[in-house]
Ligand binder design. Sequence first.
Ligand code: SAM
Length: 240
Amino acid sequence: MIKKSSKIPPAQRAAAKEQIPLYQREFYSWLYESPRLTRWFDHQYLLNILTFGTSSKMVKSCVDEIPISSDVLQMGSTFGDQIGKSAAKVGLYGHYDLLDVSMVQLRHQRNKYCYLYPFMRFINGDASRPIKKRYDIVICYMLLHEVPSATREQIINNALDCLKPKGKAIFIDYNNSVIWHPLRWLVKIFNRLYQPFAEKLWHNEIRNYARNPSGYYWRKTTFLGRMYQKVIVTKKEGLY
Ligand SMILES: C[S@@+](CC[C@H](N)C(=O)[O-])C[C@H]1O[C@@H](n2cnc3c(N)ncnc32)[C@H](O)[C@@H]1O
């Protein structure tokens, strides 16, 4: 049933005006299109509570993969320290492009970082559409679980396609935890209620979405009883 426009919450109405994907409008606009809630959620200590203390470890693990002075693309904004710490590692002689479908998120990140890191660019666009520029590093941090499988496949392949030879894609996201994990059912129920596409990531490896997996070196590590994963994909030399 189509809702009367007066019954649609303001954040969802704003999202519909900007070409925001349907999955985001339906499930996440209440948060990502609300500047007030974005400010409220954007705290590293809160993320550490929500991820059972793992968020800061994952941020560090992401930052460790980024060489100084590299050309970086980040697909989707994140809350907390991740972007700030990654940009600090890149430094003044690198570039950091932040791509996001949401202008509210981009404005928030721009206000937070534009003076600290003048080499950052804030780009309004969709990571599931082809990307022209080539990068040393592509970061896709906690984005894949929020999108449907078809979009996930496009995002993963776009991330790999826009790597320079020897370039690296960093995927950090949910993973299928060990079966006896004490938080497994809590997370499962939360995902079923609020993150309907997340469980698919439990049952399909990121590598399985790649069009040409043999063109890359794959390395996977996990956190918190395999609840979260980091997948590092390095493009083999000579593949253009
Ligand atoms: C990367 S996830 C971050 C999840 C979680 N809030 C965190 O901070 O860890 C959410 C961001 O991705 C953006 N996003 C969602 N789909 C996108 C797409 N197809 N292309 C680019 N950005 C996207 C959203 O607008 C939002 O700012």
